[in-house]
Design a protein. Sequence first.
Length: 476
Amino acid sequence: MSGVSPGAADLFTKWLHENGFNDFESFQKMTRAAEQERTQPVTEQPRRLTRREKRHGAGSLPPRAQTSPEPSRTETASLSPLEAQPTPPTEVAPPRPVRVEASRMEKAAVENEAVATEPTAEKPVSTEAAKKNGTLPKTSDPSTSAAALKHAPTTRLTVGRRRAAKLRDKPRLPKPLSKTRKVPILLTLGILAFLAIAALVLVLWFQTRVVANDPQRSHIEVLGAVGAQPVLSLSEPLPLDKASTQILLKGTGKKVTVGRTVALRITVFSGLDGKLLSAGGDDSVLVGKLSPEVLGSEVYNTVQNATEGSRYLLKQPVKDKGTSRMEIGVIDVIPTELSGTMQSLPPESGIGISEENEVLTPSVSGEFTGDFRVDTLLDGKGATVSVGQTVLVRYLEYSFSNPPALLKDHWEEPVKLRLDGTLQSGVMRAITDQKIGSRIVVQVPPAQGAGNQATILMIDVLAAWDPSKPKPAATL
């Protein structure tokens, strides 16, 4: 091979062996046969009628495009980049044949044939050995060989095309009915849950915001006697507003002044629904001097200059867990004095009562008989006191002697007493079953009172309530 380097000759020889050619002459025979087959006219093969054409008639449908048969194996072989048969410059290229669409069985046969006839790697033959054996092919112009290889048709079945054909031919099965309905059902349930939550938020917003713009709709009604547990009813939630005070009932008792002992019952309710918020019982009753330090500035400003027996309604905004809402406070100014005309004691009681400067003083006209005795000076009109309750009373304790000696004085400062086992048996016996607003005189034997002498008690029953929690109370 003149004009060709030994390296190029070795490369071409290796390419021939890799593509299944023993020598250059067999390669030339293949190219001549491929050229003749390419120049031959394409004969039209008769085709079978489809079901649609058979049903409607072959003449009523447009003819399908004609395709050429699948190229043979010899046409799919790759040509050498170095040598090929020269192409005359004046020769016109033949028309490119049209491929005929192959069926699935034909494609599978071509794939099996391609796998079965895959050439095996052979040991390359050197240039010197090819010269000795006389198998070195004759070379031609490298430029003409490259041009022939450029125009030669090549076809390779790749893995991607095979997989695409399989997926295209694979029948698609319909999804199960349960799977197709599962997503729409879950989506519908989610939408319904979202709408329910949105409706609840809208209702709450309407109650706290929209209704708040109409204060006239929030009607408040408080029932119960002054000093007793009040009952509150609320028609609509209160609007969020500044603090305000309203008097519900004006009392007829003494005027409350600074420094004077006052007894207040404070009950707190919700401004949204009117539910009871305070614990009640002993903690709801405050007894002390009228001052901001003892009662707090808000309560002090509400009840100063009030009269005993009055009831006030206090509305104020409060913050709870970052949100503002309204609270309602009912404040009762409990009377610390009883008014009315006292009854005279019967002669058999052995004692008399005189009143001077609103202070009661007993007088003894005989010896103590040793019996427990209760006499009524004022009849109360309130609820009946029962065992287990806590009562607010004011009292004076004297010795049964002539003249009587003052032992205890709680006439100006009322105290809370719990009717249980911690109280003297004579005092508990005297107060039980009495009505609120009563004034009584009690003769207590030593065994039921002080223990060392007989005593005289004068008691005003001011208020009573059920305690919320057990708590030590003052004793006589």
